[in-house]
Structures are given as C-alpha cells and as structure tokens.
Design a binder for this molecule. Structure first.
Ligand code: ARG
Length: 469
C-alpha cells in the first residue's frame, strides 16, 4: 500500500517496519480528539479563505461521517495506516474524495496534531479524575460527620500514640485528596492552551488563526512558541505525577483499610460486595480491592518514570521516541479513575466497629503525654522530669497489667507525690482528645471546623470544570 508520505520513496516499507512503527493500536483512543481538532482546523481554513468555505463544510461533514463510523464500531483501524491521524484522513478521503480530503492537512503537521490530541485527552481525564476525587472527599466528609465522637488510637511508628477521633483520621485523608484536586486544577490551567498551528516545528506561512481554533476547541488560549509546543510533553508528565501522588494517597488509605479489617485490628468490616473469597480456605474474606489499588500504585509510578526517562535528553523538536508517551498516560488515567471510583463505593459500605476502636485505645497508655503536660502546667515541673515521672507511672501500670488510664487515685499517689487527685482527669482518653483543641487538632470543635472548611471548599470548587464550559 502507498503511504501518504511515500512521494520520495522508491520501495514500499517492510511489514516489520510497519508493525514496529505503528501507533494506531493505542492512539485510536484519541479518535474523538483527533476529529474535533480536524473539524476546528478545517473551519478555520474556510473562515480565513485558505480553502473555500464549501470545501471546509464538506470536509467537516465528512469528518462527522468518520466519527459516526468509529462510534458505531464499523470502522477498521489498520496497522498499515500507521496512526490515528493518517487513518482518519485516509478514511475521510475515501468518503469525500482525495482532492478534497487532501486539503485538510494544509498548514498542519502530525506533530502539532498529536500534541493537540494528546493535550485534549489529558485535559479531559484531568476533569474526570478531579470530579471523582471530589465525590470521594464527599464520602469521607459524610462518614466523618458521624464519627466525631468515635475514639480510636492515633499512631506513630504504627504504635499507639495519642487518642484521636475516627473523623479526624479520615479528614486527614480528605485534606490530602483536596490537594490532589488543587494540583489537577493548577496543571489544567497551565496546560489549557492549543498547540495547533505550530505545524512541524516552525509555524506556517499560511495566514492561519490559531486563536480561532483554540476557541472552537474550548481552550483558554494558544501556546506561544511552536517549537516548544511540538517538543514538550510536560503536560503529560504533570498528569502522571498528579496521578502518582493521588495513588500514593489512596495506597496509604488502602493499607490502613487492609490493616483495620484484619483480625488483629477488627476496626472495620468491608462489605461482602467488595470482598473476595479464597479457592481453598472456606472461611476467608479478603480485601482484594484495597490490595489491588495499593499494587496498582506501583505501575502508575512506573509510568511516570518511564516518560521522564523517554523525554530526558531528546533534542528539539519532535522525535519519534515521543510516540512512547501515550500508553503510560492512558494506563495511569484509567487506573486512577477505576481506583478512585471503586474505593469510593467500597468506603460507603464499610462498617466501622467503634467498640473495637474504643477497646484499642485502652492499650498503649495513650494519655501519657496528657499526664506529663499536667505536671508541667499545674506543678511547674520541667517537662523532662514530668516525662520521667509519667514513665514511672506507665511502668507501674504495666506491672499490674493495666493501662495508664485505668489507674486510680491511690495508685497514682504511690508513684509520685505530685500525682494528686486532679491528675486523674488527665488520664481520661476522651478528655485527652478534647484537650487537643488547637487549630487542626483532634478535639470535636477543631474537627467540626475542618469539616466546615472542607464543605465550603467543596461547594466552591466541585463545579470548577463545569464552569469551564
Ligand atoms: N504517531 C505519532 C506519535 O504518536 C504522531 C506524530 C508523528 N509525527 C512524525 N513526524 N512522524 O507521536
């Protein structure tokens, strides 16, 4: 078969080359973006009189036919057509004739075409992922509202540290996901510019109107340097990075869900609908969803490093290496979407075993810091000494196989004369939580404020991309 670029060639390409070179197997994903870009470009060519108005209209109608053929699955993506750009153009020419179809590529190159298609795709996935994260934040906030009073151990080094509320713990994740959303918005705003009209690398002598095309496609503006526009893939790297951070957050949450659903913790029960069984052990109920999300995070990180490595050291402008940019981005975006959607649905159905959480707070002397703080505040004892006295109290409790919070006034007195009656109320675990009412702390009042601020942010930001049009 004669290639579109075969003018200067004497012999046909080898089958091996054809298969190795082709990207149609995966860039067919970009058909909607490719056709939208071509329609906007054709319209602009018509408006500017670079081709006739009639020709532009006929090209656009032809492109719509191609689009409906692809959508109805009647379309054949052929390896010999190399990539989505030439596949669409070839089919267009079959439908409206070579003479007319051949006019579409005026003032355009596949280099700016692929930069455009890929950008449109990245922006679309950016919007989708953003929306799904917002939905998940909603879920976390809803659950948090119910558990402001639910006491559980807070951990450092995975050892019991200080009592916190479940709401507080979940809101910590909500704030991480909020930043993930903010990163997506920031990347979106930076990259929402049309590269079309950059042509091969140096612009074009045709009197094109790049801003017109940008407006047609819903971009906020146009890129400023054609060589940069066809050379860089930082917009793709940004979404890969944003997804990696998002998945790192989901992975940490999933790790906790896995731990919490274990027999050792028993803090949560994951619903049957989102659990799996074992082929041999009849009693098993496994948290596969959370494990898979944790696992997929590794692949997503790999995609980021892969593209960074591909781009490193490439001379300007376009190099075929850059065809390797797409599969990782498709994979990461699909993975992020699938993960956040199922995580949201699974989380909505989680049963929180608040009794087990409360029991867990009674191990590990969680109010020790409160007791030390009491000695500092009320007895004017230097913190180091207060720390030592409290340490003795902990050892005392451990000898009796008790938790510090279970000691009585008599026992306290035996440990140190400064540990008087008043010290008792600082051993109380709920009081310990309520004492931490500093801004951002775990006290009910602070957590309520966090929830309020999150709701206000959601209210303003959730519809961000809808307002974008
Ligand atoms: N399939 C190519 C890619 O994905 C499209 C651009 C090809 N440009 C070129 N000059 N060969 O990068």
């Amino acid at each position: 078969m004669k290639k579109m670029w075969s003018g200067r060639f004497e012999s046909d390409s080898s089958k091996l080359l054809e298969e190795f070179n082709a990207s149609i197997g995966f860039d067919k994903n970009l058909y909607e973006q490719d056709i939208a870009g071509s329609k906007a470009h054709a319209k602009m060519l018509g408006v500017k009189g670079i081709i006739s108005k009639d020709d532009a209209d006929n090209i656009i109608t032809g492109l719509d036919v191609v689009l409906s053929e692809i959508k109805s699955k009647k379309y054949e993506f052929k390896t010999e057509d190399e990539d989505i750009h030439m596949s669409v153009e070839k089919r267009l020419s079959e439908i409206i004739g070579k003479e007319l179809g051949g006019r579409l590529h005026t003032a355009r190159s596949r280099n700016d075409q692929v930069a455009l298609d890929f950008r449109l795709y990245v922006l679309k996935q950016n919007r989708e992922i953003f929306t799904k994260i917002c939905d998940f934040i909603d879920t976390l906030v809803e659950i948090s509202k119910e558990h402001i009073d639910t006491l559980m151990p807070g951990y450092t080094h995975l050892q019991h540290a200080q009592p916190v509320s479940l709401a507080y713990h979940l809101m910590a994740y909500a704030f991480m996901f909020k930043r993930d959303c903010e990163r997506l918005i920031s990347s979106y705003e930076r990259n929402n510019l049309s590269p079309l009209g950059s042509a091969a690398l140096a612009g074009t002598p045709h009197r094109i109107d790049r801003e017109f095309v940008a407006r047609e496609l819903g971009f906020a503006g146009v890129t400023q340097n054609a060589m940069d526009s066809v050379s860089d893939r930082d917009f793709a790297l940004e979404i890969l990075f944003n997804i990696s951070v998002l998945m790192m957050h989901t992975s940490r949450l999933c790790e906790e869900l896995i731990l919490w659903s274990s027999q050792e913790f028993g803090f949560i029960t994951i619903s049957d609908t989102y659990s799996t069984g074992s082929s041999i052990m009849p009693q098993k109920k496994n948290p596969d969803v959370a494990e898979l999300i944790r696992g997929k995070t590794g692949r997503v990180n790999g995609n980021l490093i892969a593209l960074l490595t591909t781009m490193k050291g490439l001379p300007l402008a376009y190099n075929k290496d850059m065809q390797e940019d797409k599969e990782g981005v498709f994979d990461s975006a699909n993975t992020a979407l699938a993960s956040i959607v199922i995580l949201n649905e699974m989380t909505k159905e989680i049963k929180f075993n608040t009794k087990n959480m409360l029991n867990a707070t009674k191990k590990g002397h969680l109010s020790a810091t409160d007791l030390a703080d009491y000695l500092v505040r009320e007895k004017n004892i230097p913190f180091r000494i207060a720390h030592f006295i409290t340490g003795k109290a902990v050892a005392f409790a451990e000898n009796l196989n008790l938790d510090l919070s279970q000691l009585n006034a008599n026992q306290l007195k035996q440990i140190d004369e400064n540990l008087d009656e008043n010290a008792m109320k600082f051993l109380d675990l709920n009081a310990s939580k309520e004492a931490r009412s500093s801004l951002g702390g775990t006290a009910n009042e602070s957590v309520k404020l966090q929830i309020k601020q999150m709701n206000e942010w959601l209210e303003i930001t959730k519809g961000y991309f809808k307002k974008q049009g």
